[in-house]
Ligand binder design. Sequence first.
Ligand SMILES: [Zn+2]
Length: 72
Amino acid sequence: MQYYYSSKKPNALGIVKVHAENCKDLPDVLGRIYLGIFPNGNLALASVREKFQLTNAKICSCCVDQNVFSEN
Ligand SMILES: [Zn+2]
């Protein structure tokens, strides 16, 4: 399980990125929104889409499914 965050503002393409806590592209404290603890990026993404009614949310490319095959 891992902490996930979304960026507070969409990027230039209008996409809100979802990041795991250890992501190298994680926005700083003021630029991110805490989403919760999830077993993988897909569940974090599903949550942010539902919670904030975002259809343009995407998981960060380096954070996608990174924990799916872990022991968690
Ligand atoms: Zn990432």
